[in-house]
Write a protein that binds this ligand. Structure first.
Ligand SMILES: [Fe+2]
Ligand SMILES: [Fe+2]
Length: 259
C-alpha cells in the first residue's frame, strides 16, 4: 500500500475501510460479483447499484453468472450433505439437536426434523426461519417433517409442561423479560396446538439445544444414513432439479449471480 493510500485508510471509518477492502477484492476477481438488495437491507440500507454504474466501476469486466470464486466449490450434483459441508455457516447446533433426538430414541422423522429445523438460519436468514426452512425442504421430505420445521417457529415461544418444555431462559436473556411474540405467532401456535403433527414439532423444541456447547463434537457423517432414507435427494443434484424450492438451493450454491 502506498503512503497516500495508507493515509487515506487511516482517516477512514471502520465501515469505509470494509467497503474499500471489498471494492479492492472485487477488482481482483475476474468477474464482477454483485450483491442483492437483501444484503443491503440487512445492513440498514435501501439501496442497489444498477448494471451501468457497476460496469463503469469495473471497466472491461463482465458480471458473474456462475459460481462465486470466493466460496467453497460445490460438486456438480450436490447433495444435502454437500450443503452441510460447503454452505451452512454453522452446523453444530443442528447436529447437537439431532444427536439428542437420536439418543432419546425418537423415530427417524423426528431426528431429521431436528437436523433440519434451523436450516434457514444457518444458510441465509434468521427472521421467520421456520417458514423459510420448511419451504426449502418441503419437496424432499415427508410432510410431517416440513410441517414440524415450519411450526417450531411459533411453538418454541410457548411452554408445554406435559413434555417438560418451558419458555427458554435464553430467550429472556436475548429478547428481554418483556418480549411477547407477535400476533401472527400466537395465532400460528393456536392452530399448531390442534394439528395432527403437533408433537413432532414440539419435539423439535424439546431437542432444540438452547445451551449451545461449542466443544461438543457431532459429525454430519453420523446422519448420512438417516438423511439417505428420509430425504429424497434429486438425481440432478439439489438445486438443479425442478422442485418448487430448487431455486432456493441454487441461490445458496451461487448467491452472487447477476441474475
Ligand atoms: Fe429455530
Ligand atoms: Fe434451534
Amino acid at each position: 500500500m502506498g503512503a497516500q493510500a495508507a493515509a487515506t485508510t487511516n482517516t477512514m471509518s471502520l465501515s469505509e475501510r470494509a467497503d474499500a477492502l471489498e471494492e479492492h477484492m472485487m477488482h481482483e476477481l475476474e468477474r464482477v460479483v454483485t450483491k442483492s438488495v437483501f444484503s443491503n437491507l440487512t445492513e440498514g440500507k435501501v439501496e442497489m447499484e444498477g448494471g451501468a454504474t457497476l460496469q463503469a466501476k469495473h471497466p472491461g469486466k463482465y458480471f458473474n453468472m456462475r459460481e462465486d470464486p470466493r466460496l467453497p466449490p460445490m460438486p456438480e450434483k450436490p447433495t444435502l450433505i454437500d450443503y452441510f459441508r460447503c454452505r451452512f455457516a454453522s452446523t453444530n447446533h443442528l447436529l447437537q439437536s439431532a444427536a439428542l433426538a437420536l439418543k432419546s430414541g425418537h423415530e427417524e422423522k423426528v431426528v431429521l426434523a431436528c437436523l433440519l429445523h434451523d436450516v434457514a438460519v444457518v444458510s441465509f436468514i434468521r427472521c421467520d426461519h421456520g417458514y423459510w426452512g420448511a419451504q426449502m425442504i418441503e419437496p424432499y421430505v415427508d410432510e410431517e417433517v416440513s410441517w414440524a420445521v415450519k411450526s417450531h417457529q411459533a411453538l418454541r415461544f410457548f411452554p408445554d409442561e406435559t413434555v417438560g418444555y418451558g419458555y427458554p431462559d435464553m430467550y429472556t436473556k436475548y429478547f428481554g423479560p418483556d418480549y411477547q411474540p407477535e400476533e401472527y405467532i400466537v395465532e400460528e401456535y393456536k392452530r399448531a396446538r390442534k394439528h395432527k403433527y403437533y408433537m413432532t414439532s414440539r419435539l423439535i423444541c424439546v431437542n432444540d439445544v438452547y445451551a449451545f456447547d461449542p466443544n461438543a463434537k457431532v459429525n454430519i457423517d453420523d446422519f448420512v444414513d438417516i438423511v439417505g432414507r428420509n430425504f429424497r435427494q434429486p438425481e440432478e443434484g439439489l438445486g438443479w432439479d425442478s422442485s418448487p424450492s430448487a431455486h432456493m438451493w441454487r441461490t445458496l450454491m451461487r448467491p452472487t449471480r447477476y441474475l
